[in-house]
Design a binder for this molecule. Structure first.
Ligand SMILES: Cc1cc2nc3c(=O)[nH]c(=O)nc-3n(C[C@H](O)[C@H](O)[C@H](O)COP(=O)(O)O)c2cc1C
Length: 175
């Protein structure tokens, strides 16, 4: 049976995380299907999959509407099958952001009624050369408030890939 990985992304980093999860699954001889929540669901039936991992970034304190909509539309099936949530944020990159990272996830779970079997708080990435002035100011003075030492001159990837791999392996062992 195939494992489903649903993701959304604004800047591209969560797509990399979803691809990493997919590669990890296929490396063990299992099959995986990647699905972008921004695309029409068509005849995708998530109950046909062995498990579902949903990966979503946080922007402006919230996960994307497309993920909220996807979870709401499939919440009964998600709650009946092994499911996991990978929330990607900068809050997760710092110990003092742990409460915020949890709050972003709790908000989504409360809005949708989803009860995933496992949750991973993955630290995201910044790509400052690609941001306009307004976006960079939000990052510097709101998202990274208290972390002015972070170098924003180039790409910074905070994701702990080994921790992600361990999370996925542990989840698959129960799925
Ligand atoms: C405009 C903007 C707003 C963001 N807002 C938040 C936020 O409120 N909290 C947070 O922890 N991270 C925030 N982030 C960090 C993103 O979660 C991080 O960059 C993540 O890797 C983005 O994933 P994506 O590339 O898949 O969109 C923000 C990033 C940007 C560019």
């Amino acid at each position: 049976m195939t494992h489903l990985i649903v993701y959304d992304t604004v800047e591209g980093h969560t797509r990399k995380i979803a691809s990493e999860i997919s590669n990890q699954i296929t490396a063990t001889g299992k099959t995986a299907r990647l699905f972008n929540a921004e695309t029409p669901i068509g005849d995708l039936s998530i109950a046909d999959f062995s498990s579902c991992i949903i990966a979503a970034p946080v922007h402006q304190k919230r996960h994307p509407d497309a993920i909220v909509d996807f979870v709401r539309a499939n919440v009964d099936a998600l709650n009946e099958m092994p499911s996991a949530f990978v929330s990607v944020s900068l809050a997760a990159a710092f110990p003092d952001g742990a409460d915020d990272a949890r709050e972003f996830v709790d908000h989504l779970l409360q809005r949708t009624g989803w009860t995933p079997n496992a949750i991973h708080y993955a630290a995201g990435a910044v790509h400052c050369k690609e941001y306009d002035y307004f976006t960079e100011q939000i990052l510097r003075h709101v998202v990274l408030r208290g972390h002015e030492d972070v170098d924003l001159t180039g790409d910074q990837v905070f994701t702990d890939w080994a921790a992600l791999n361990t999370f996925v392996a542990d989840f698959l062992a129960t799925a």
